[in-house]
Write a protein that binds this ligand. Structure first.
Ligand code: NI
Length: 158
């Protein structure tokens, strides 16, 4: 198990466009393993390669149904709407309200560079949108509807 340092908002790498993966290499396989380890260690539901300092179009997600690896992902269908809380490992201790599609279909490559399609609803659809946004240098904070909230602050109010 190897984890990597998660870049925090303010780091310029989080604002950059990621490059597509053109072939699977040992280096990229190790990166994917490390991204999964890092996501699980930080108890996140998703992580994008730029968050560990690599400008490649790779995303890992696990919303509690097992790991999903997406290489060069693109959203090919989206419908419906959901409004709810969102957070990010690159902005620890914070959350905000974001509206996303409630259903999303993604086309991507798997770790064997084979194309596949995957559908998600609810939290999974939200995770697809959030993580794929990272690959274009977009953070959820640009989409929040009621500002960024402090997790600790909310607990104190109770
Ligand atoms: Ni994020």
């Amino acid at each position: 198990m190897a984890t990597r340092e998660v870049r925090i908002m303010g780091d310029e790498i989080l604002t950059k466009q990621c490059k597509p993966v053109t072939k699977m290499t040992l280096r990229t396989k190790i990166l994917i393993e490390d991204m999964l380890d890092t996501m699980y260690e930080k108890c996140g539901v998703g992580l994008a390669a730029p968050q560990v300092g690599v400008l490649k179009q790779i995303v890992v997600i696990d919303v509690g149904e097992g790991p999903i690896v997406l290489i060069n992902p693109e959203i090919i269908e989206a419908s419906g709407e959901q409004t709810g809380e969102e957070g990010c490992l690159s902005l620890p201790g914070k959350w905000g309200i974001v509206t996303r599609p409630n259903y999303v279909k993604v086309r991507a490559l798997n770790e064997n560079m084979e194309e596949f399609e995957i559908e998600g609803e609810g939290l999974l659809a939200r995770a697809f949108c959030h993580e794929i946004d990272h690959l274009s240098g977009r953070m959820y904070v640009t989409k929040v509807e009621d500002g960024i909230h402090d997790v600790k602050e909310e607990e104190d109010e109770e």
